[in-house]
Design a binder for this molecule. Structure first.
Ligand SMILES: *[C@@H]1O[C@H](CO)[C@@H](O)[C@H](O)[C@H]1NC(C)=O
Length: 251
């Protein structure tokens, strides 16, 4: 390979670097998608409008993901991918509303480990983790209790970390707490869960007759799950936050 060719490559490289440090990597009007990411700020992008390259901001809390990608047209939650890797940074400051650190995002609940907020343009909607799961702030989703820092134990198991807990009005299923972690269990065939002794027993009991041979429809199963989930909240003075002294840092 000749020395001359090396020099040409080097000049092209330096030229590209100079252009990049100026404003943006490429002119969106020269690309097929007509949209390009900003090279410094992951919450900004450039779009070709009537032959002009115009800079835009993603909705507050979101970062550029690419055309037709993300939760809005082109923008996504920053934690969903490596959109904001060094040296790129988010430059727009957070705009907070009640329960929302940013106008768009998914945020932990102030007083509950089983609930969280989804925020869309600053409007918060309360969400519930079902099936013995807790909200994991790192994963931004419901997760097994052992994976959730600061909320290791589930409120279902507050009374007895190794006891059984009725699941709503279910005659057949119940929660089994193992060291504070709830696991969904089903009584062996022909037995029913007894709410008094908290064990699977031979029916009938006060609440449960001899089980029928047909399984309940799946819809009813879901209903049972939700009832089981909400049950601890009905008991007064069972605020998980206060008992655990959980602190959620907020800025
Ligand atoms: C967001 O909310 C503001 C006012 O609360 C409203 O003016 C704006 O149009 C909304 N934006 C979107 C994209 O819905």
């Amino acid at each position: 390979m000749s020395t001359g060719r090396h020099w040409t490559s080097l000049i092209v490289l330096v030229g590209t670097a100079a252009l990049a440090s100026c404003a943006q990597v490429e002119d969106p009007c020269k690309t097929k998608s007509r949209v390009v990411a900003d090279d410094k700020y992951c919450d900004k992008y450039w779009e070709c409008d009537n032959g002009q390259s115009i800079q835009y901001d993603c909705p507050n809390g979101l970062v550029f993901a690419g055309k037709h990608r993300g939760v809005t047209e082109g923008c996504d939650y920053p934690w969903r991918s490596n959109y904001c890797e060094y040296p790129k940074v988010q430059t727009n400051p957070p705009i907070g509303t009640e329960h929302c650190d940013w106008l768009y995002g998914i945020f932990g609940h102030e007083t509950s480990c089983t609930r969280y907020w989804t925020c869309w343009n600053g409007t918060a909607t309360e969400q519930l983790c079902i099936g013995g799961l807790l909200y994991n702030e790192n994963a931004h989703s419901c997760d097994w209790p052992e994976n959730v820092d600061g909320c290791q134990k589930h409120p279902l198991c507050n009374e007895d970390p190794n006891g059984n807990v009725p699941l709503g009005k279910s005659c057949n299923r119940y929660w089994q707490c193992q060291g504070g972690y709830p696991r969904l269990q089903r009584c062996p065939a022909m037995l029913v869960f007894d709410r008094r002794s908290l064990r699977c027993v031979v029916p009938p009991t006060e609440e449960c007759d001899v089980p029928t041979t047909t399984a309940p429809p799946p819809e009813e199963d879901q209903q049972d799950l939700r009832q089981g989930q909400q049950q601890p909240q009905k008991r007064p003075g069972n605020d998980y936050q206060e008992q655990q002294g959980r602190q959620r840092p907020r800025n």
